[in-house]
Write a protein that binds this ligand. Structure first.
Ligand SMILES: [Fe+2]
Length: 323
């Protein structure tokens, strides 16, 4: 825990541990008096029984396992030549212990996908408190099918205690930290912050501290898009995030009933831009509350980085399901 404190920041770690200890049944955060629907167990049970009684559960469950592979092209003006065509595999909101068979669906969909870097943007556990051993075991199984390097951040469903065992199986966590990514003599930087949704223990200044000033490309992993303003002000070029599930249970046309994030609706799914910051919010590879989805397919995203002017689409990039 001392080592984690040195990485995350000792004050931030203390805050996180205190909130974790108090978290079990909290529906309202003390700091922000924000309502957190994911903490309301009876609501999850209610959704499950409504889907069962109305006969929709089976279809929703099949949708939950029907993971789409989506390509997203990102144009970055300062991208070094060696990174043109660099592919980032993005998984988010796996909630692997919601249904113990789900990891097998993810492994099957990963198949022989080609990528240069894998990132995970938080929420590995289904519940927001309680045991982590099931989550760790299932994530270890998944990690065996991910090509390194693999980098990750924690979400609001995760405890800091999950970090050491997952790092032992090759998933490197970015706890308000950054790493350089090298390719053929060029370098870009990947940073990651702690959960900005519930724990609010993100520290973008600390995450950026080791990134040199000037014309360098930097990518931020954050669990939730809610930190988009800070990310833009901190000078990041691209932010990859999740948390919202795109609504998960949506009206026809993908209209989310619940956005689950304190941010504009245009940020809850897919590519977006805020000032000079480009972002992508994964609708989630997994699901939470109930293993069911409607009008919002689960997703494995392949982000291809392009130098400006070389992408096929517009400057804001292009998102398209490929299978
Ligand atoms: Fe989340």
């Amino acid at each position: 825990m001392q080592a984690l404190g040195q990485r995350l920041g000792s004050e931030v770690l203390s805050k996180r541990l205190a909130l974790q200890a108090e978290h079990a049944a909290d529906v309202f955060t003390r700091r922000a008096t924000l309502f957190h629907i994911e903490n309301v167990e009876w609501f999850n049970v209610l959704i499950y029984h409504v889907l069962r009684l109305t006969g929709f559960y089976g279809r929703g469950y099949r949708n939950y396992h029907d993971i789409q592979i989506v390509e997203n092209e990102v144009c970055l003006p300062a991208l070094p030549a060696a990174f043109d065509g660099f592919v980032i595999l993005h998984l988010s909101d796996l909630h692997v212990d919601l249904d113990f068979t789900f990891v097998e669906s993810v492994i099957q969909r990963l198949g022989d996908l080609k990528y240069d870097l894998c990132v995970l943007t938080g929420d590995y556990r289904a519940h927001t408190s309680g045991r982590i051993d099931h989550t760790t075991g299932l994530m270890k199984r998944l990690a065996g099918h991910l090509r390194e390097p693999v980098y990750a951040v924690l979400g609001n469903h995760d405890f800091i205690e999950q970090v050491p065992p997952l790092e032992q199986c090759g998933i490197g966590f970015l706890l308000n930290e950054s790493v350089p990514i090298h390719r053929n003599g060029d370098t870009i930087y990947l940073a990651g912050c702690d959960d900005p949704h519930f724990y609010m223990t993100h520290d973008l200044r600390r995450a950026r501290a080791a990134i040199p000033d000037g014309e360098v490309v930097s990518i931020l992993l954050a669990h939730s898009p809610e930190v988009y303003r800070e990310a833009e002000q901190a000078g990041f070029d691209l932010m990859l995030c999740g948390h919202t599930h795109g609504g998960q249970i949506c009206l026809p046309g993908g209209i989310a009933i619940i956005s689950n994030g304190n941010c504009p609706r245009r940020l809850i799914r897919g590519p977006w831009r805020h000032g000079r910051l480009q972002g992508y919010t994964s609708p989630g590879t997994g699901s939470c509350a109930v293993p069911a989805r409607f009008n919002c397919p689960p997703e494995i995203t392949l982000h291809t980085l392009r130098r400006r002017g070389q992408a096929a689409g517009a400057d804001d990039g292009e998102r398209r399901p490929i299978r």
